[in-house]
Design a binder for this molecule. Structure first.
Ligand code: HEC
Ligand code: HEC
Length: 387
């Protein structure tokens, strides 16, 4: 037998001999892991948006998402910053609009399942959040008249509007701006991230299928134990690995000398003052139930320095945190390993404590975090607005 062939055979034998078993998992651990699934969840619903989930609105929304004429200089669309092939972000530490912004462009994966939007929760619906970049002078610098004009006069867009809303574009400029945002929201709510190796493991564990569970790499299993032990799920909870709320993990928040980004505290002020919040007239939900959270939220001093807990699915290659403070996942894990609870800005009960991980443990935790991602199929070209 040829030497190389023998070697290959021996290697294959050795690999099968150590065919791994899953680590032992207690009932409580299995319960904790089960709460991070199943994936994908049922499609999101949004009673505040009368065209949510409607196929023709989704098509219109995708065209608007790629439409640079929504911006003042006709050069910037949503897709300029939320790039399909980059997990709907831009890979920059801070977003680049007409000038550099103070925050990172968040991924739009699974955004339809959120209830607060933006790093500071200044939006309480996906459609109101979609209006913000259109009007922001630092971003698309557009206005309601421009958007309304496009819908009324842009031939294909007017036809796409009619198919989505069931009538010709009508109403004042502000109403048409909101309708455009509702179509944008219908599209974005379809962006659901793919199933991952973690999901296969989670389902196997819940089903008691040891053989399938054993296919999940041991390093990731060890990392998952650390994730549970450290109670990361206090904030990174549920199938999306976020509770959708806000937290402070001690990321410096100076934007430039003498200026801070107070996060949630400022976001709550903006939310209360917005014409487009769920308490306003543009909410399509006659029952008013969708506005409950907004009605009862309180602005507390402890909100100072809090930012929205990001999902840990499709983490990508960074940078990370609201301001891109960390370039790599290694840096993030080092932060959690060494964080000084006295440095937390928020005076809420601290939920993070220094983990003092060894380098092996850090590598395991990172191996686990990487299994929360999978390659997404490339985005097909959207169907025409008016076939
Ligand atoms: C200049 C880059 C840029 C452009 C253009 C842009 N965005 Fe964003 N987007 C951001 C940044 C930065 C944030 C975070 C904002 C914040 O926290 O204040 C964000 C946040 C969001 C969010 C909230 C996501 C979440 O997880 O809370 C949604 C939804 C969104 N953008 C949709 C859009 C849509 C729709 C458009 C086009 C109408 C658009 N964006 C245009 C940079 C951009
Ligand atoms: C107190 C709630 C809380 C706990 C507990 C917590 N996190 Fe976070 N995590 C956050 C918040 C909030 C951010 C964003 C902070 C910011 O942008 O300033 C974040 C950011 C991250 C990010 C970066 C994600 C991104 O897209 O930028 C990772 C990775 C992460 N956390 C992992 C973990 C791990 C691992 C643990 C457990 C060791 C953990 N977190 C514990 C609240 C928490």
């Amino acid at each position: 037998m040829k030497r190389w062939l023998l070697g290959a055979l021996l290697a294959a034998l050795a690999a099968s001999a150590v065919a791994q078993a899953p680590l032992p998992w207690s009932d409580d651990e299995v319960k904790a892991i089960a709460r991070h699934g199943p994936w994908p969840p049922p499609a999101p619903s949004d009673p505040s948006n009368r065209v949510a989930g409607m196929p023709n609105a989704i098509v219109l929304g995708e065209h608007l998402f790629n439409e640079p004429r929504l911006s003042a200089d006709g050069a910037m669309s949503c897709a300029t910053c939320h790039v399909a092939g980059r997990d709907w972000g831009d890979g920059r530490a801070k977003a680049m609009g007409r000038r550099e912004l103070d925050r990172r462009t968040p991924s739009l994966w699974n955004v339809g399942y959120a209830h607060w939007f933006g790093w500071d929760g200044a939006g309480d619906s996906l459609w109101s959040q979609s209006i913000r970049p259109i009007l922001d002078p630092r971003e698309m610098a557009g206005d309601a008249a421009r958007v309304a004009g496009l819908l009324r006069e842009g031939k294909a867009l007017a036809c796409g509007y009619e198919r989505a809303f069931g009538h010709r574009p009508n109403g004042d400029d502000e109403k048409l701006l909101v309708d455009a945002a509702k179509a944008l929201a219908a599209f974005q709510a379809t962006l659901v991230s793919p199933r991952t190796p973690f999901d296969a493991f989670r389902d196997a564990l819940v089903a008691g299928d040891r053989e399938a569970a054993a296919r999940y790499p041991l390093a990731a299993q060890r990392g998952l134990k650390i994730f549970i032990e450290a109670n990361c799920a206090a904030c990174h909870f549920g199938p999306r690995f976020t509770n959708g709320e806000f937290g402070d993990v001690g990321i410096p928040f100076f934007t430039r000398p003498g200026e801070v980004d107070s996060g949630r505290l400022d976001g709550l002020g903006k939310l209360a003052n917005s014409t487009f919040n769920l308490l306003g007239k543009h909410n399509d939900d006659a029952s008013g139930a969708s506005a409950l959270r907004t009605r009862h939220v309180q602005r507390l001093h402890s909100n100072f320095g809090e930012f929205r807990v990001p999902s840990l699915r499709q983490l990508g290659s960074g940078p990370f945190m609201h301001n891109g403070h960390f370039a790599t996942l290694e840096d993030v894990v080092k932060h959690y390993s060494e964080v000084n609870p006295d440095r937390l800005h928020s005076d809420a009960l601290p939920l993070v404590r220094p983990l003092a991980l060894t380098s092996e443990q850090s590598a395991d935790l990172i191996a686990f975090l990487r299994t929360l991602s999978a390659e997404a199929p490339p985005r097909p070209t959207p169907p025409p607005l008016c076939p």
